[in-house]
Design a protein around this ligand. Sequence first.
Ligand SMILES: [Mg+2]
Length: 337
Amino acid sequence: MAIKSVTTISLGLPYEVFGPKPVFAGRTRTHMEMLLVKVETSSGVVGWGEAFPLVVGPLVKCAVETIIAPLVIGKSEDDYQTLIDDVRRKLFLFSRGGPLAYAISGLDIALWDIAGKKAGRPISNLLGGAKRKRLRGYASLMKYAESEVLASNCRRALDKGYKTIKIHDHRGVEQSAVAREVIGDDIGLMIDVSCSWDLAQTLAYLPRFEELKLKMIEEPLWPPENLQDLRILRSKSRIPIAIGENASSGADIANIAESKAVDVVQPSVIKIGGISEIMGIVKRVEASEAKMLLHTAYFGPGLLATLHIASTLDGEPEIEDYFCEIPANPLDRKSVV
Ligand SMILES: [Mg+2]
């Protein structure tokens, strides 16, 4: 049997964030983008993958259809790990991250889906077996310009039963204080800074964050791979420090975990190269001091792939649940989250 076609479907899904739509990468996020990668075999098996679509979606779609597809059409889907490795080796000199890696991620997830369907087994089973049937989610609140919207969404997350909330904000400590005021002391609170600060700024905020009992600070420093300053920050912080959603390969994640510069690594299955790339470094991360907390700010097959991976990991892997409502999501999230 062989791969017959590799195509994409771009979706712009209406969503509700219970306030003004957030700005992302300089533009208002009017819809929630989703880029599906569909792989069909000559025997009619269809696998679905998902590639990171934000802003660069047209580039990723082009990469899947014009660069990746010609490399794999006609090849056997059975030895999918060798096939993915071959694609990565053929393309590595053109960039190991960004749109090409996102495109490979979508292909990889779709090939795992096909492997699971052909074997009649869940992907988690192919990965060594699920250690749990349920995973706890945390509410990953989007970036809000106004404190009132943050407060009302914190209340909404509490009403839905979340025990941990993450806010996205880079303006300082005020929004964390707003959130803590609303959620009280028993709910976990984390902040995602999206690589906006330098070391001095972050150190200045640290005492207040410690007063507010933050559970994690995510991507505090620019640039993301600034391990030297992250190591200094970690040495002075009682709050765990996390990075990794923008790492370009599993090897990068493993190297970060072993660098002792952070407490938590966050590979993103639809950015980094898919399931294969993450599973390839699980043992190295487990042997390090760092914990793995998968980045999952998406809603399609990438979320499902993350759930399968997380179900096989040690510890209590929490799932990032991007906090908005998407009524027309083709994936019925009620059935999985
Ligand atoms: Mg993040």
